[in-house]
Design a protein around this ligand. Structure first.
Ligand SMILES: [Zn+2]
Length: 243
């Protein structure tokens, strides 16, 4: 059998953070064992993106990490199953090939630079935490579980939706608030919302799509587009006064 390479020392800062996180899980925690959010953050004190790397292991590399008690800071987790050996260069090469930068951009464009689940665009504040949203392109069915590296199997999600985290409030009071809010919407908006609910994703309106695409341009390009639009608006106003 072709012995899989052993994970490197997770303390080795020359190695990428995802690999270090995987190595820490595999060697310091061990398959089947539990660990806390605090232990994870004690092991990687200088790194604010360690939660994201953990999520990458879960969603992209087939690492089965169960989370008990929802709140991130108090979470107890279990490494139920070790996934892909991300420390193995052979594996990394294989994985890289599965999504190129161009492919990623194509998916972002297709999805209008918005999370297909909640509709947020990059940099917008999350409603619950206020932290800025980051957009990620991921596989619907993970490659490690037989998912294809095709466009149909790729989707744009914000970091929140990607992690599968839900707002923590699930009290009866909150249910009532949301229900009331939904029922008070104008009928036309209710119809649209119902369609989103049925589809499980929010389809952006043309103006929202335009805004999200605009926001994705460089400052120079934004200036250019803004000027074009200003001219357009002015021309339309002129045409109106002439009538
Ligand atoms: Zn989202």
């Amino acid at each position: 059998m072709d012995a899989a390479r052993k994970p490197p020392d997770w303390r080795d800062t020359k190695v990428g953070l995802k690999v270090r996180a995987a190595a820490w899980l595999a060697t310091a925690v061990g398959e089947g064992n539990t660990f806390s959010w605090k232990q994870l953050h004690d092991a990687f004190p200088q790194t604010t993106t360690i939660d994201r790397r953990l999520r990458d292991l879960r969603t992209e590399h087939g690492w089965d990490i169960k989370v008990f008690r929802g709140a991130p800071e108090g979470a107890e987790m279990q490494l139920a199953k070790i996934g892909d050996p991300v420390w193995d260069p052979a594996h990394t090469r294989r994985h890289r090939r599965s999504m190129s930068a161009a492919e990623r951009m194509a998916i972002l464009e297709r999805d209008g630079f918005r999370c297909t689940s909640c509709g947020i665009s990059a940099g917008e504040p999350h409603l619950d935490s206020g932290g800025p949203a980051q957009l990620e392109v991921s596989h619907v069915a993970p490659i490690s579980e037989g998912g294809k590296a095709s466009e149909e199997n790729m989707v744009t999600l914000c970091n929140r939706c990607h992690a599968g985290t839900r707002a923590l409030g699930n009290s009866a009071a909150q249910l009532e608030t949301v229900s009331r809010y939904v029922c008070d919407l104008p009928a036309r908006q209710q119809t649209i919302l119902l369609a989103w609910m049925a589809k499980g994703e929010r389809s952006p309106s043309p103006i929202e799509r335009a805004w999200a695409m605009y926001r994705h341009l460089s400052p120079e390009q934004q200036k250019n587009v803004r000027q074009k639009l200003a001219d357009e608006v002015e021309r339309a106003a002129d045409a109106e006064t002439e009538v």
